[in-house]
Design a protein around this ligand. Structure first.
Ligand code: GAR
Length: 203
């Protein structure tokens, strides 16, 4: 059974979607550890109620170096195969990312490379785009620039505000992240020249 770590900072609805699909037997994996960099993240209680191992590493108190050292040890001790950032609002340093090559996934609420960084849904509304969505990508040294695994598109309506657009995107995120994790865990994709392609056995 492949072992996952989920890293988060807040609400944890993507974490719950992953945990639910695992429970239903639709995603063959186990969540080995849930790590929050925020003490008060509501997701922590949800993870504890599911009987999962939770670790809190307060990134503000620890400082970046100590935070990443402790996180590295936690992930290596847990022998995880894949690290899933799910609303994890902290940028990891290139040296940390290099320790887990092609092992870190992130979900982002826009069609990258449009609207990276914070407040992507507001950025989309401000630009007046007619479609937005979400992206699952591998994490590289840049901000939301890593190889794209999957994307899903939603319409943007004139009547939308940040909340309504975020909700529409979030519903897609919950489906998309599980699909992407499944592809990675079953070796269905690989990275070639910085892009995600189907593994050759799939052709
Ligand atoms: C999600 O919309 C996720 O895409 C976004 O934060 C939200 C977390 O929701 N992540 C980012 O913006 C990362 N840059 P959740 O805690 O309910 O999963």
């Amino acid at each position: 059974m492949k072992r996952l770590a989920v890293l988060l900072s807040g609400r944890g609805s993507n974490f719950e979607a992953i945990a639910d699909r695992i429970k239903e037997g639709k995603l063959l994996a186990r969540i080995e550890v849930v790590v929050s960099n925020v003490d008060a993240a509501p997701a922590l209680e949800k993870a504890r109620q599911r009987g999962l191992n939770t670790v809190v590493l307060n990134s503000q108190e620890l400082g970046k170096e100590k935070f990443e050292q402790t996180l590295e040890k936690t992930l290596k001790d847990s022998k995880v195969d894949l690290i899933c950032l799910a609303g994890f609002m902290k940028i990891l340093s290139p040296s940390f990312i290099h320790k887990f090559p092609n092992q870190i996934l992130n979900i982002h609420p826009s069609i990258l490379p449009a609207f990276p960084g914070l407040d992507s849904q507001k950025q989309a509304l401000d630009k007046g785009v007619k479609f937005s969505g979400c992206t699952v990508h591998f994490v590289n040294e840049g901000i939301d620039t890593g190889p794209i695994v999957l994307q899903a598109v939603v319409p943007v309506f004139e009547s939308d505000d940040e909340q309504s657009l975020s909700n529409r995107i979030l519903a897609e995120e919950h489906q998309l992240y599980v699909k992407a994790i499944d592809l990675v865990l079953r070796d269905k994709i690989r990275i070639k020249n910085g892009r995600v392609v189907r593994s050759s056995s799939q052709k």
